[in-house]
Design a protein around this ligand. Structure first.
Ligand SMILES: Cc1cc2nc3c(=O)[nH]c(=O)nc-3n(C[C@H](O)[C@H](O)[C@H](O)COP(=O)(O)OP(=O)(O)OC[C@H]3O[C@@H](n4cnc5c(N)ncnc54)[C@H](O)[C@@H]3O)c2cc1C
Ligand SMILES: [Co+2]
Ligand SMILES: [K+]
Ligand SMILES: [Mg+2]
Length: 518
């Protein structure tokens, strides 16, 4: 006798085989092609009041998923036009993606248009009604909003899944047959698409990609890149993206191909045609790879100043983590280069010690009287990047440390980016209690003996983001009223125009604080 489970198992296997055969058959018929048509819906686009950027976004993403976009159509908010276009696209392409016309106002007609294309009508979808209630709150739900739940009777709701958290999105996408109806607002459309893109992926096409980072202006290399792009034609798609605010490169060149071999050839070609030394190493995700890269340095056999400094700092942070829990500790963070590198080391050590559940690091930011907006912005960005719990005060350090004692009695130790060359710091040890007349905290100083040069070697070899002021000649940051670019970095061109070299080019360690009055 066969048990139920066995039958189910056999049935599943048979099902898999059948599916496989069907897929092979289909692939043979259409040569593994997955196609798409995009319909952009909106009067405002046809009138030139809004520029359509959604089709560009969709084309780029679909291409990367191995989907051939065959046609993009822009139509107005007209029921019959929508119905006609959707029906035709639906017959001709594997996937149809519409953008726009799914909102609550009278001119949003995509759902009705799609219903008409498939000879059905719209009706309130109970699950979507509930979603709308949860999303907007039952009190904010007027009849106009309820219109968004009026969808074709044969519609399906597609929920996206966040790739990192595995969480399901709150708001679903509506689809009928092979037609997927996205919102028109670019940020909403992009977010929804990214989470649902597996619906469209062509499993038979693999895209190989590479990115090259070049520290020259885009115009100075444009001709060389064009020559390579022309030579490889459609076999390697080459894109060029300037970045005006990156500390490491000026242009990102992206290469995409279905052939790894062709991709490699194009990459070699580009590297040999741009000026020597202009292709720079760049790490896109320094935070995610922090532990890996930091411990590579720690475990390497090299014994120069840089490696010894990193090794020593890591061991101090590890000792601190043996003595204190994450809740007992915070990092003194004011956006400067020293605590920026320390933040990275701290993150790396915690990532290594608790790989599964990296807790939130606490950071203490005592905002100065006149902070640079660049510093404020950088602190915000760092919080996001490293997922920091920011404790923020304003004014004098000593008074705010007293406030910290009251407000956060759990905090016993503060990691600090102090170096011996800082004022009043040459007597400090790796672990030093605050002075007797200060609120009592253990100051943990992992980088006391680091030199200016080592600080920059660390930041730059790990491609860490740092406050943009350092790229404009500032070498030490205080308040706006007492900090200037460092005079030894000044350059004056033949027209008398003054500019400053970046901080990491300062040669003499002795004059790091020359741009500060205090
Ligand atoms: C937690 C803490 C404890 C201190 N204890 C003492 C003490 O016992 N005796 C004493 O005389 N002075 C103490 N100070 C003041 C300290 O010595 C410096 O005056 C102050 O850090 C500014 O120094 P700087 O500009 O030379 O160095 P910076 O290079 O600006 O600062 C050194 C490091 O201090 C931390 N830090 C500096 N300013 C801030 C800020 N606004 N918010 C958060 N973190 C900051 C950062 O980790 C930074 O890397 C303390 C400061 C802090 C933040
Ligand atoms: Co700038
Ligand atoms: K740049
Ligand atoms: Mg400093």
């Amino acid at each position: 006798m066969l048990g139920t489970q066995t039958i189910v198992r056999h049935w599943r296997r048979l099902d898999t085989v059948v599916r496989h055969l069907v897929r092979q058959q289909c692939s043979a018929m259409d040569g593994n092609r997955v196609t798409a048509g995009i319909i952009i819906v909106g009067d405002e686009i046809l009138k030139g009041q809004t520029q359509d950027t959604n089709s560009h976004f969709l084309c780029r993403r679909l291409f990367a998923l191995g989907v051939e976009v065959k046609r993009v159509s822009v139509i107005g908010d007209d029921l019959d036009d929508i119905a006609t276009e959707v029906l035709e696209f639906s017959r001709n392409y594997t996937h149809v993606i519409t953008s726009g016309g799914v909102g609550p106002t009278h001119d949003d007609m995509t759902f009705e248009g799609v219903a008409k294309a498939f000879s059905t009508s719209t009706a309130p979808h109970p699950e979507l009604v509930q979603v709308l209630k949860d999303y907007f709150g039952p009190d904010n739900l007027d009849s106009a909003m309820m219109k968004m739940a009026q969808i074709p009777s044969t519609a399906k709701l597609q929920y996206g899944v966040h790739k990192t958290t595995g969480e399901r999105t709150k708001y679903p996408l509506v689809s009928v047959n092979n037609v997927y109806m996205f919102p028109g607002v670019p940020s909403l459309m992009e977010r929804a698409f990214v989470l649902l893109e597996d619906l469209f992926r062509n499993p038979d096409v693999t895209f190989h990609t590479e990115e090259l980072y070049i520290n020259r202006t885009e115009s100075s290399i444009a001709q060389e890149i064009k020559t390579v792009a022309d030579q490889f034609g459609k076999s390697v798609v080459i894109g060029s993206y300037p970045d005006l605010h990156n500390s490491y490169y000026q242009v990102k060149i992206s290469l995409e191909s279905t052939s790894q071999d062709q991709l490699n050839k194009a990459s070699v070609q580009i590297k040999s045609s741009v000026p020597a030394g202009s292709v720079v190493p760049f790490e896109k995700d320094p935070v995610g790879t922090a532990a890996e890269h930091v411990y590579d340095i720690v475990n390497s056999k090299v014994d120069d100043t840089f490696h010894t400094s990193v090794r020593h700092a890591v061991s101090i942070i590890e000792q601190a983590l043996d003595k204190y829990t994450l809740k007992d500790m915070c990092l003194g963070f004011n956006g400067g280069k020293d605590c920026t590198l320390l933040l990275h080391l701290f993150h790396a050590v915690v990532q290594k010690k608790y790989p599964d559940e990296i807790g939130k690091l606490q950071a203490l930011y005592i905002r100065s009287r006149l902070p640079f907006p660049e510093v404020e912005l950088f602190v915000q960005q760092a919080c996001k990047r490293y997922n920091l719990e920011l404790i923020r005060y304003e004014g004098r350090i000593k008074e705010n440390l007293a406030a910290l004692k009251d407000g956060h009695p759990n905090i016993k130790a503060v990691l600090m980016g102090t170096r011996k060359t800082d004022p009043y710091s040459d007597h400090l040890d790796s672990f030093s209690m605050t002075d007797a007349d200060w609120p009592q905290f253990m100051r943990v100083n992992p980088i006391l003996n680091w030199t200016y040069e080592t600080v920059w070697t660390f930041l730059r070899t790990l491609c860490l983001p740092y406050c943009s002021l350092y790229d404009h000649g500032y070498t030490s940051l205080g308040s706006m009223n007492n900090t200037h670019p460092n005079p030894s970095l000044q350059i004056v061109d033949s027209n008398g125009i003054v500019s400053y070299k970046p901080a990491y080019q300062l040669l003499d360690n002795g004059n790091e604080r020359d741009g500060r009055n205090v």
